[in-house]
Ligand binder design. Structure first.
Ligand SMILES: NC(=O)c1ccc[n+]([C@@H]2O[C@H](COP(=O)([O-])OP(=O)(O)OC[C@H]3O[C@@H](n4cnc5c(N)ncnc54)[C@H](OP(=O)(O)O)[C@@H]3O)[C@@H](O)[C@H]2O)c1
Length: 306
């Protein structure tokens, strides 16, 4: 029985990946969640489908204290190695950037920092055969046409210290929300590549662009009208739009990556929803970006480590 840990499995893409793993039968699933009631009913559904064991411990990724507690409890309550980890949870602000109670820009905090802390805590539970992935996004790439149509202009990485504070100086409030999201997704790709480059590692790391998947909870902070279009109109015309997928399609590829059925030509590869391997935009390949991101992230999460 293999053991998989997925963040953001209570909705959208992560939920579909968890359903696929459950249908494979017998796997042990750890699905940390912020909404206990939602997680509990999903747990029952997964067990009915064939999952061997399902845990849904509490985790609010917008709090580094909650994240550190989740890791401590996980290390205390489980002894099994973890075969696959998917850092999938994500958020996007719509009208203005907000800070977490810890004082960090919330998109960076949830999409990158909290996952960085979890990975540091779980290192000794991972084996050489473990697979670790991040759900990233094509929005990090300024050349991505479908993202440009939605107002994205690619990641705006300056320094981790600045983006942790939400400093996107030349942007309107709404543009800063898009910039922060695209930049957090660049951090996901950088994380996969940097860890894959570590000397002597045999563990597999990857990042994944699921494409535009209308109908998920990601647009929940948009206006009511925009959210209605996202849920009711865009899924109907999705096939006509460039770069568009669905949770059904993208989760099939993502589940294959997580269980090792699909592998790249090199460790740290970046995939998209077709299962093809892509080159990420150039900042994702810049070792100075990786160095800066890891030094600053280690420094921030170090205050919360157990
Ligand atoms: N939808 C797209 O078009 C698209 C495109 C490219 C990339 N992505 C990426 O795909 C991933 C999945 O997104 P989705 O579209 O499936 O959106 P979603 O339906 O909103 O799923 C996001 C998941 O993250 C969880 N989450 C968010 N904030 C959290 C927090 N503070 N603590 C704990 N859990 C938290 C949510 O929990 P709740 O269930 O409690 O809300 C949910 O389970 C994200 O990384 C997103 O950036 C999405």
């Amino acid at each position: 029985m293999a053991h998989y840990l997925i963040t953001g499995a209570t909705s959208g893409l992560g939920r579909e990946v968890a359903l696929r793993l459950a249908r494979m039968g017998g796997h042990q699933l750890t699905l940390p969640a912020r909404d206990a009631a939602k997680a509990e009913s999903f747990r029952a559904e997964l067990l009915a489908l064939g999952a061997g064991q399902v845990r849904t411990p509490a985790l609010d990724l917008s709090s580094l204290q909650s994240t550190a507690s989740f890791v401590s409890n996980f290390l205390r309550d489980t002894t099994d190695p973890v075969d696959g980890v998917l850092f999938n949870a994500g958020r996007q602000s719509a009208t203005r950037l907000v800070k977490t109670a810890d004082g960090f820009e919330s998109t960076f905090a949830v999409n990158h920092l909290a996952h960085h802390l979890i990975l540091k805590g779980l290192t000794h539970r991972l084996t050489e055969a473990s697979i670790v992935g991040w759900t990233a996004s094509g929005t990090h790439d300024p050349a991505e046409k479908s993202a440009r149509l939605s107002g994205f202009r690619g990641a705006r990485y300056t320094t981790a210290a600045r983006i942790a504070q939400g400093s996107y100086d030349d942007a309107s409030d709404e543009q800063a929300c898009r910039d922060a999201y695209a930049t957090s997704k660049l951090c996901n790709i950088v994380s996969a590549r940097a860890l894959a480059d570590e000397a002597g590692t045999r563990r597999t790391y990857f990042s994944f662009d699921p494409g535009l998947m209308p109908g998920t909870g990601l647009a929940r902070e948009q206006s009511a009208a925009m959210y209605w279009v996202w849920n009711n109109i865009l899924p109907l015309i999705a096939r006509l739009l460039p770069g568009t997928s669905s949770t059904a399609r993208s989760s099939a590829v993502l589940a294959d990556l997580l269980v090792g059925k699909l592998r790249g030509s090199h460790n740290g590869a970046y995939f998209n929803y077709t299962g093809g391997q892509l080159e990420p935009a150039s900042p994702a390949k810049d070792r100075r970006v990786a160095h800066d991101l890891f030094v600053e992230s280690d420094c921030i999460v170090g205050r919360y480590a157990w």
